[in-house]
Design a binder for this molecule. Structure first.
Ligand code: A2P
Length: 271
């Protein structure tokens, strides 16, 4: 973990508008994964799990904006984001170099389907993530509502290597210090990380572990139950498609904010 210097700061601060918010901190988790914390404007409201457009001006001053899931819960004073840095990526290559005090453009209209209101009431909540798709779940697992609304929560995170799990694991551990979760049973959340390119306790894609039954054996259930199981999915387009097939074949129906269902999905945006 280290903080990088950058040379965008002066340009960004010169262009400050009412949509520009200040960077509080940036953490580099791996060569290409980083998180950053922004000041939260007082009027900025959102539901845990939603995403927002944020970005930086390019060399001509034109804003480059991308959708980013907010990785902090709706009660937090600051806004946390988690990103991959894509070499030559127009936004992420610049964003990975921001430093404390720089300005980032933040659009004020959060939205998204990975919100509790898009799910019908249930007993068990599955949160399936790959890569940076953990971001909306980092928000939701610190929201008291999921512990109040569900008896059991299972968070899965599939990554290539062990170091890619670090951000999610720190957020999981940080729940111990969240005052709002103090009286709730946070142990009802079971964490199921899997790695695809390194030796690990759980190896392989979560989709394959679901198909083989290994995942259910570990969680201690026979399979998905459409009566009581609810799920949220966030990862690559292919991952979402594969998960949708698996969940649909277990008779879970896809939901949306206007028509709550048994599962909802959203693409992991950053990258
Ligand atoms: P794999 O290594 O087998 O491609 P990425 O780093 O490419 O964003 O992927 C993040 C993780 O998601 C990797 O472990 C990758 O596994 C896994 N993954 C990619 N596509 C799928 C999919 N369709 N189903 C399940 N896991 C996937």
């Amino acid at each position: 973990m280290h903080t990088l210097e950058n040379n965008f700061g002066s340009k960004i601060s010169q262009n400050k508008t009412d949509e520009t918010v200040e960077v509080i901190s940036i953490t580099h988790w791996t060569k290409n994964l980083f998180s950053f914390r922004l000041q939260r404007p007082k009027s900025f409201r959102f539901n845990s799990g939603e995403f927002v457009l944020l970005g930086l001006p390019d060399s001509t001053g034109k804003p480059i904006l991308r959708a980013y899931s907010i990785a902090s819960p709706n009660w937090d004073d600051t806004l946390l984001f988690y990103s991959i840095s894509v070499e030559n990526g127009p936004l992420t290559s610049m964003l990975s170099k921001i430093k404390k005090g720089d300005g980032v453009i933040l659009k004020r209209k959060p939205t998204g389907t990975l919100v509790l209101n898009a799910l019908r009431p249930g007993k068990k909540l599955f949160l399936f993530a790959t890569g940076t798709g953990i971001a909306p779940f980092a928000s939701l697992i610190r929201d008291p509502l999921i512990y109040q609304n569900f008896n059991e929560i299972v968070l899965t995170h599939t990554c290539r290597a062990r170091e890619d799990l670090a951000f999610g694991q720190l957020v999981l551990a940080s729940r111990q210090k969240d005052c709002l979760l103090e009286d709730l049973d946070i142990k009802k959340l079971k964490y199921f990380p899997t790695l695809t390119r390194e030796k690990f306790v759980n190896e392989g894609r979560i989709t394959d572990l679901i198909s083989s039954g290994a995942f259910f054996r570990d969680v201690g259930i026979l399979g998905f139950c459409s009566m009581s199981d609810r799920a949220m999915v966030c990862g690559s387009v292919d991952f979402n498609k594969d998960m949708k097939t698996l969940l649909s074949s277990a008779s879970l129906g896809e939901g949306s904010i206007n028509d709550p269902g048994d599962f909802v999905l959203e693409k992991a945006f950053a990258g």
